[in-house]
Design a protein around this ligand. Structure first.
Ligand SMILES: *[C@@H]1O[C@H](CO)[C@@H](O)[C@H](O)[C@H]1NC(C)=O
Ligand SMILES: *[C@@H]1O[C@H](CO)[C@@H](O)[C@H](O)[C@H]1NC(C)=O
Ligand SMILES: *[C@@H]1O[C@H](CO)[C@@H](O)[C@H](O)[C@H]1NC(C)=O
Ligand SMILES: *[C@@H]1O[C@H](CO)[C@@H](O)[C@H](O)[C@H]1NC(C)=O
Length: 736
C-alpha cells in the first residue's frame, strides 16, 4: 500500500505544472496577519471577530498610538502604517513566514487561512496586492501601470500578502512622514519594472483574495450556500477572502458585515445574538446599572397618558432610573404633571424642561446626554420619543443585555412597512431600502443589524457618550435634520448603530392630523391610530362576544327580554372620557319638544342630551358602529346586514332633579344600542330600561356594556327613574 501511495505522489509531483517552487501547500502556521489599530472601535471588534471565526493569528500594531489626524473609521495617515509594518517585520526572521497586511476598521474575513494561502500560491508571486478600479492618489501615473488582460489595473494599499523577506525588501527604503500616502509609496514601487520584478509583486486583479468595495459596489453580492454566507464578485465570478470597505463604502461593508462570516444564514439564523451578553438576571435591584431615560415631547401626540402608564410598567428598578423629560407642548403639561405628581418620588431623580423654558429640541437632546455624562453612576442613556408605544415591558433589560454601545429596538407601524430604522441610504443621505429590509421588518430575518439610521428610541452606553460621542454638536448640521445629523455623526465616529428585531417591542404612533381642540383628543384617533384606539377604548372581552355566541339578558334577569342582547364594548376609560368630553362641551339640550338640532325640529320623546355631531364625532361614531357593533348585530339577528347608518347618536344625562326617566316609546330605528357609561350603585341609584311587551327590565346595566334591541313595533320601552346621582348612557338609533 505504502508503495502505491509513493508512486502516486511521485506522479503528481512530476506532472505539476507549478514546477519546483510548488512544494505542497503553505502550512497555516506560517501565516501571520498584521494590522494597525489604535482604538477598539466597533469596526475593529468586527474585524477581530471575523478573524477569530476562521482562526487567523493576528498581531495588532500601533495600539495606544494616536493617529495623524482623521476619524477612527478612516485609516490613519498611511505613512504611519508603513513605518509600523517596517518595524514589525524587523522582528520576523523566518524566511517562509507569510504576512497578510490589512486595514481593520473596515475589513472582514470571508473565509479562512487555508483558502487564502492556496489562492496566494496560485497567484505565483511572492507579493500580491489588492487591486482597484480607480487610480488614487495620483492619476498621472495611470500610463505607467502594466496592462492587465482582464480585471483591475491599479494597486490598493489596504490589503496585501507576501513572504516576509520580500515585504522587508519592499519597505526597506521607507523614510516618509506618518502622514504620507502609503498607497502612493507602494504604487511607485509597483510601477517600477525592476522593483516589481525583484520583489516579485502582482495584483489580485480579479478579486480572488481581496475585494475593495470602492468603485466596485455593483460587482459584489451576498452569496448564501449550504449554511454559509460570503461575498461573491459577479464580474469575475470569484469569492474574495477579504472584504474591504475602503473609501466611502462604510455602509456597504456594514451591510455585508451583518452576514459575513456566517453571522446570519438561512439555516442557522442569527449566530451572534447570544454572544458577549451582559446578563442582568441574578442582580440585586441595587446592582442594576443606572439609566437616564430621556423622554422627548416635541409635538402634540396622541395617547401621552398611555405612554406614561407604559413607562411605569417597564420592568426595571425605578430607583436605578433617572428621568429627563423634555416637553415642548403646553397641551401636554397636564399629562406630564399628573404623572410626576404621583410617581416622581419612585425614581432616582427627575429633570423636567417644560415649554415655558423655551429650549429648542436639539439643545434638549444635548442636555439629556449631559445628565448621563455628568453622573458617574450613569451607565446608559435610553432615549424615547413620546410617540413610541413601548409594548414590551422588558425592552430596557433586553437592550442592556445585548451589550452594544448603541442599540435600538425595531419599532413598526401597524399594517405598514414603516419602521424606526433605514436599511440603506440614498446618495443624498435620505432613505433607501436595503435588499433585506422587508425580510427584517416582516421577521423573516431575525437578529442584530448594523444600519445607517435609527430614530425614536435607542440605548447608548454612557462610555460612548463620554468618548466617541462626546461632541456637543451631535445633532447639528447645516443641511441635515437633527435626527439625520445625529446618525451621520454616530456613523462617522465609528459607532455602529444596531437595531434588533429579536423580540417585538412596540409601535410608533402616527401624529398626523392630531387635533388638540377637545378635552380627550385621543377619542378621535380611531382613523389615525386604530390599534392604539382599540386598545385604549374597546373592552378587553369584546372579542369574546363574537366567539362565544351571544350573551342574552337572561344572565341578569330571570325573565329574558327576547331579542335584547347585551355585550361588553367600551373600557372604563372610554366611558369616563365620553362623559367628561360631554360635560366639558356642556351644551346639554333643554329636554323640551322643540329641538333645532334634528330634522323637523320636533322631538316627541325628548331627553337631556348632547348629540355626537355637536362635538364633531359622527365620522368616528359611524366607524365605531361599523367596526364593533355591526359584527355583533349580524351574529344576533341572522340575515340582517347593517350599513350602520344613524340619524341620531347622543349621550343622555338622567338626574333626579333634571330628567330622571323617559316615558314609554318606540325608537326611530331598525335597532338601537344603548351603552351604560357609569355604574349603578356607585354613581347613581335606580335607572335601567323596561320593555313593556315582555314585562322585563334590565336594571343593573354594567358600565361599558351595550344593550342592543330592535327599535320599532315589538320593543316598546321606557327609561326607569334615576333616583339619586347622575346616570349617563350613550344611545344610537341605527337604520338600516
Ligand atoms: C478554530 O480552532 C478551533 C479550536 O482551536 C476549532 O474547533 C475550530 O473548528 C477552528 N475553526 C476553523 C474555522 O478552522
Ligand atoms: C515570482 O515568483 C514566482 C514564484 O515564487 C516565480 O515562479 C516567478 O518566476 C517569479 N517571477 C519573477 C519575475 O521573478
Ligand atoms: C373579562 O373576562 C374575564 C373572564 O370572564 C374576567 O375575569 C375579566 O374581569 C373581564 N374583564 C373585564 C374588564 O371585565
Ligand atoms: C311584571 O313583572 C313584575 C316583576 O317582574 C311583576 O311584579 C308584575 O306583576 C308583572 N306585570 C305583568 C303585567 O305581568
Amino acid at each position: 500500500m505504502r508503495g502505491v501511495l509513493l508512486v502516486l505522489a511521485g506522479l503528481f509531483a512530476s506532472f505539476s505544472p507549478l514546477g519546483c517552487d510548488q512544494q505542497g501547500s503553505i502550512p497555516e502556521g506560517d501565516l501571520l496577519v498584521l494590522t494597525v489599530a489604535s482604538q477598539e472601535t466597533d469596526g475593529f471588534r468586527r474585524f477581530l471577530r471575523s478573524a477569530k471565526h476562521f482562526n487567523y493569528t493576528i498581531k495588532v500594531l500601533g495600539g495606544g498610538e494616536t493617529w495623524e489626524g482623521g476619524d477612527y473609521i478612516s485609516p490613519p495617515g498611511g505613512g504611519q502604517k508603513v513605518r509600523l509594518l517596517k518595524s514589525a517585520l524587523e522582528d520576523i526572521q523566518e524566511e517562509n513566514k507569510v504576512i497578510l497586511f490589512v486595514d481593520s476598521y473596515d475589513v472582514i474575513f470571508s473565509s479562512g487561512p487555508k483558502e487564502l494561502l492556496k489562492k496566494f500560491q496560485q497567484a505565483k508571486h511572492r507579493v500580491v496586492f489588492s487591486a482597484e478600479t480607480l487610480i488614487w492618489p495620483d492619476r498621472h501615473l495611470e500610463d505607467k501601470h502594466p496592462h492587465v488582460r482582464e480585471g483591475k489595473r491599479f494597486l490598493g494599499a489596504g490589503g496585501f500578502i507576501g513572504y516576509a523577506p520580500n515585504l522587508k525588501k519592499m519597505v526597506s527604503d521607507w523614510s516618509g512622514a506618518d502622514s504620507d500616502s502609503d498607497q502612493l509609496y507602494f504604487t511607485k514601487i509597483y510601477i517600477n519594472p525592476e522593483k516589481r520584478k525583484s520583489i516579485n509583486i502582482t495584483l489580485d486583479s480579479k478579486c480572488r483574495l481581496f475585494q475593495n468595495l470602492h468603485g466596485a459596489l455593483d460587482e459584489v453580492v451576498l452569496k448564501f450556500e449550504d449554511g454559509r454566507v460570503r461575498a461573491r464578485n459577479v464580474l469575475y465570478d470569484t469569492l474574495p477572502v477579504i472584504i474591504h470597505g475602503n473609501g466611502p463604502t462604510k455602509l456597504q461593508i456594514n451591510y455585508l458585515g451583518n452576514y459575513i462570516p456566517n453571522l446570519w444564514t438561512f439555516e442557522t439564523g442569527c449566530t451572534i445574538c447570544n454572544e458577549n451578553l451582559r446578563p442582568l438576571s441574578g442582580l440585586q435591584e441595587s446592582e442594576y446599572p443606572v439609566v437616564v431615560i430621556g423622554i422627548f415631547i416635541q409635538q402634540p401626540t396622541p395617547f401621552v397618558t398611555v405612554f406614561f402608564e407604559r413607562l411605569l410598567n417597564l420592568k426595571y428598578p425605578k430607583n436605578r432610573i433617572q428621568l429627563f423629560i423634555y416637553n415642548q407642548e403646553s397641551h401636554h403639561e397636564p399629562h406630564v404633571r399628573t404623572f410626576l405628581e404621583y410617581h416622581e418620588s419612585e425614581y432616582q431623580g427627575v429633570k423636567l424642561i417644560g415649554p415655558e423654558e423655551d429650549i429648542d429640541p436639539v439643545t434638549s437632546r444635548n442636555i439629556g446626554f449631559e445628565m448621563c455624562r455628568d453622573n458617574i453612576d450613569c451607565e446608559y442613556f435610553f432615549s424615547i420619543d413620546v410617540d413610541v408605544v413601548l409594548k414590551n415591558e422588558d425592552t430596557l433589560r433586553i437592550l442592556i443585555e445585548l451589550n452594544k454601545p448603541f442599540i435600538a429596538p425595531m419599532m413598526t407601524k401597524p399594517g405598514r412597512l414603516w419602521t424606526n430604522f433605514w436599511g440603506a441610504l440614498s446618495a443624498d443621505g435620505y432613505y433607501a431600502r436595503s435588499e433585506d429590509y422587508v425580510d427584517i421588518v416582516q421577521g423573516h430575518r431575525v437578529g442584530l443589524w448594523n444600519v445607517p439610521y435609527v430614530s425614536h428610541i435607542f440605548l447608548i452606553k454612557a462610555d460612548a457618550l463620554r468618548t466617541d460621542l462626546k461632541d456637543p454638536d451631535l445633532f447639528e448640521s447645516a443641511t441635515l435634520d437633527p435626527d439625520m445629523a445625529f446618525c451621520s455623526k454616530v456613523r462617522n465616529k465609528g459607532v455602529f448603530m444596531f437595531v434588533t428585531n429579536m423580540h417585538t417591542y412596540g409601535r410608533v404612533l402616527s401624529t398626523e392630523n392630531y387635533q388638540t381642540n377637545h378635552l380627550h383628543n385621543d377619542l378621535w384617533q380611531m382613523f389615525e391610530n386604530p390599534v392604539e384606539w382599540e386598545e385604549r377604548y374597546i373592552h378587553e372581552n369584546y372579542s369574546k362576544v363574537l366567539k362565544d355566541a351571544f350573551i342574552e339578558t337572561k344572565q341578569q334577569s330571570p325573565d329574558p327580554c327576547p331579542d335584547v342582547y347585551w355585550f361588553p364594548v367600551f373600557t372604563d376609560v372610554a366611558c369616563k372620557h365620553l362623559i367628561e368630553e360631554m360635560e366639558h362641551f356642556g351644551q346639554w339640550s333643554g329636554g323640551g319638544n322643540v329641538d333645532n338640532r334634528i330634522q323637523g325640529g320636533y322631538e316627541n320623546v325628548p331627553t337631556i342630551d348632547i348629540h355626537m355631531n355637536q362635538i364633531g364625532y359622527e365620522k368616528e361614531w359611524h366607524k365605531f358602529l361599523l367596526d364593533y357593533v355591526a359584527p355583533v348585530t349580524e351574529q344576533m339577528y341572522p340575515g340582517y346586514y347593517t350599513r350602520a347608518q344613524f340619524d341620531l347618536a347622543f349621550v343622555v344625562r338622567y338626574k333626579p332633579d333634571e330628567q330622571p326617566a323617559l316615558r314609554p316609546h318606540h325608537d326611530a330605528s331598525t335597532f338601537t344600542i344603548n351603552i351604560a357609561l357609569n355604574q349603578v350603585g356607585i354613581d347613581y341609584q335606580g335607572g335601567g330600561c323596561r320593555f313593556l311587551r315582555y314585562n322585563c327590565s334590565i336594571k343593573a346595566p354594567r358600565r361599558g356594556w351595550a344593550l342592543m334591541h330592535p327599535g320599532r313595533l315589538t320593543h316598546y320601552h321606557e327609561g326607569l327613574p334615576t333616583v339619586e346621582g347622575v346616570r349617563y348612557i350613550v344611545v344610537s338609533f341605527v337604520d338600516p
